[in-house]
Design a protein. Sequence first.
Length: 683
Amino acid sequence: MPFEGDPLALYGKNIIEDYHASLTTKLPQPDADKTNSFDISDEKLRFFPDRKVGILGAGVGGLYTALILDSLGVEYEILEASDRIGGRLSTYKFPGGKMYDYYDAGAMRYPLPKKDAQGRYKNGIMKRLAELIIYPPLNQGLDRLKDRLMPYYYKAREGPNLKPGFYYFNGVYEPVSETPKGPFRGQEMGVDADYIKAGVDAISDDVTKPFVRMLIEDFKHDEKKGWKVMMENDSYSVRAYMAFKYLPSANLELPPQHLPNDVINWCGLLSSSSGGYNRALTESVFSPLAFAKVGGTDFGDVDWKCFDGGSEVLPKMMAKVINETKKDRIHFGKRVTAIRLSDLIIILPPEFPKHKIPSAAEELENYSDAGDLVAGASETIGDPGRRERVIILRGAGVRVSVNSESRVYSHVISTLPLPVLRTIDMGGAEMNTMQKNALRQLQYGPSVKIAILFKEPWWTTKLGIVGGQSFTDLPIRTIVYPSYGADPNAESRVLIASYCWTSDADRLGSLANPQQSDRLKELVLRNLAEAHARVRPNGNLITYDFLQDQFLDMHVKDWSHDPHAMGAFAFFGPGDFQNLYTSLTYPAANKRLHFAGEALSTRHGWVVGALDSAWRAVYEYLSVTDQKDKMKRFTDMWGKNVEWTSPSVQPQYDESGKPLPSNLLYEHFGLIDKAIGAGEIKY
Ligand SMILES: Cc1cc2nc3c(=O)[nH]c(=O)nc-3n(C[C@H](O)[C@H](O)[C@H](O)COP(=O)(O)OP(=O)(O)OC[C@H]3O[C@@H](n4cnc5c(N)ncnc54)[C@H](O)[C@@H]3O)c2cc1C
C-alpha cells in the first residue's frame, strides 16, 4: 500500500493525474521523438539561480523554505509585513499572567504520527511536521524543540474525579462519550421519528463512509475505482449531496429517499459549524479519512500534541536557527505591494569566464546604465569592490515592491496567504487566466477565537474538566479547555471560551473590536454560564455572577479582519481545490515566481500544509533551474512528496532513448508549457 497512513498524498496525485489526462486530450499528440516532459533548455533560468531568492512571508511556510534553502547553500532573504514571526502561529500571553496564562490564537494542536519500534515516526499526514520537530539544528543545547512537545487532549483527560466535555444543544446537556449522541429535541426541529431512531452519528457516517471504504480499497490495491466514484460526485457540496443524491443504507431503516431539509439541518447542527455543509463533499470525505480509524487501517493512528509555551515556539526556534547561520535575513515591516517580472542585473568579477555568460545577456558599458535596477537588488558575484563587468538579463528577475522601495530576485517563493496575494498588484507577474481565476474563486474560511483569563481554572477546580472540548449551539459554539497547565503548581487560567468557524465566526467577528468588548464579554460569559450549568448534577456553581467575579481579561482574534491573513484557512467549495492546486503549482513570471502557503497543499488548513507547499515550491525552483547537485541533497534531507515525485503516467525518453527526468512535477510543467504554446492556457 504505497500511501499507507497518508490518504491525502493519493488525493493530490489523483488530482494531478486527472488534470494531466484532461490536458492531454486537448493538446496535439506529441511526435514520436517529442515528449510531454519539461524541457530545461532556458539557459537564463540556469544562470546563477542561487544568488538570491526572495521569500515572501515569515510564517511557518516561509521559515521552512528558508531552512531548506540554508541547507542547500542558496542565498535568500525574507520579507515580512508585520513586526513578528510566525503568521498564523500566534501565541497570546496575557500581560502580567503566569507561565501558562496563554492561548494559541492560531494553530494549537498537531496529530503527529505514532513512532515505530525503532522510535522513528511512521507515515501519516503530519510526518513532515514531525520530522521538522526533530530536525537537529532545532534541537541543539538545552532548549530542544522536541522536548517542548506535550500531550494535547483532543477529548478531555480521563481519570478519577475527572469529567468529559459535553454537548449542549437545544437546551439539552449530554456528556461527550463513545455512545452515539442523542437527538437533542430533533423532533421539535421537524425531524421524523425514523431519523431520530437512526441517530445523527449513524446518518452522518452513512453519507461519507461508503466513499471512505472505496478509497481505502484504492489504497490497498493501488487502483482508482473509489476515486472515480468520488469524482462523479465531486460537484456536490455536503448539503447538496444529502439533498439530491444520497440514499440511506438499508440497515438504517430510513425512507429510501434523499434527506429532507429538516434532517440535513439537524445533522448540520450536531456535526458541523453553521454553513459547514457548504464545503465540498470530496473535502469532507478526505479529511476524516486522514484521521478516523476506519476499516482496520492505521489511518488516524496519531498522537495529539501541542507545544509547551504555545505554538509560537516552533517559528521562534526556526527563526533562531536562520539568524544563527547569517544575521539580518528576515526583514520585518516589509509589506509587499507589487510583484512583477523584471530584468536582472548581474555584476561579475573581471576574471569571470566569458563563455559562461548566457548568450542572451547584454553587457552594460556603464554601470549607471542599469538605473534603478542596480539600486534595487543586483546580484553581485565575486568581490563587489572589483566590479568590472555588468550584464543585464532581460526578463530574468522578479521585482518585489515594498511601498516605494523595490528589490529584484532571480526567483521568488511567495508564502503569502492567497487572499492577501490577490490584493497585491500582480499586473506584471504574468499569471495565466486559470491562476487569476483560482485566486478569485478561493473561499478562505473565517475563524474567531475568544480567550478569557480567569482568577482560577474553574473548569478544573469546580467541574473536573482537563483538556478536551465542549460543543453548543449557543453563539460561542466550541469551548476548548487548556491541555497544558493542569498541574496546580503551574496552572493555566486561560479558557478558549469560543472557537468558531464559518458563519458562526462571521457573526461573532462583528463584535471583535474594542468598542464592542463589553457586549462581547457579556455574551460570552452568559453563554459559558448557560452551557456549564448542568455539568454538576448536585447544583450549579458556574453562574453568570460567578464568572463575572472570576473574569480578569479577554483577548479576541478574528482572522478574517487581520490584514495579513484575510481569513483563517482555505475552505473549499465543490471543485475549488482542484482548480487552485492544478493552476498555482505552475510558477508565474517566466517560471520565477513560485507559489506556496497552506492552501496550496492537499493538507490545507494545517501547519503541515504550509510545509508541504514550501517543499513543493523549492522542488519547483530546483527543477526549473536544473540544479542537479542540490536536488539530490534536497531529497536526501527533506524527503519526497509522492504526489509530485511519483513516476509520470507515461515515462519520457530523449531522442537517444535515454530516460528523461520523469515524474508528476516534470510532466506537469511539460504539459502546461505545451498547453500555453497551443493556446489552451491563455495569459
Ligand atoms: C484559528 C486557526 C486555527 C488553526 N489550527 C491549526 C491546528 O490546530 N493545527 C495545525 O496544524 N494548523 C492549524 N491552523 C493552520 C495553520 O496555522 C496554517 O496552515 C499555517 O500556520 C499557515 O502557514 P503559512 O506560512 O502558509 O501562512 P501564514 O502563517 O499566514 O504566513 C504568511 C506570512 O505572510 C505575512 N504577510 C501577509 N501579507 C504580507 C505582505 N503583503 N507582505 C509581506 N508579508 C506578508 C504574514 O504576516 C505572515 O507572517 C490553524 C489556523 C488558524 C487561523
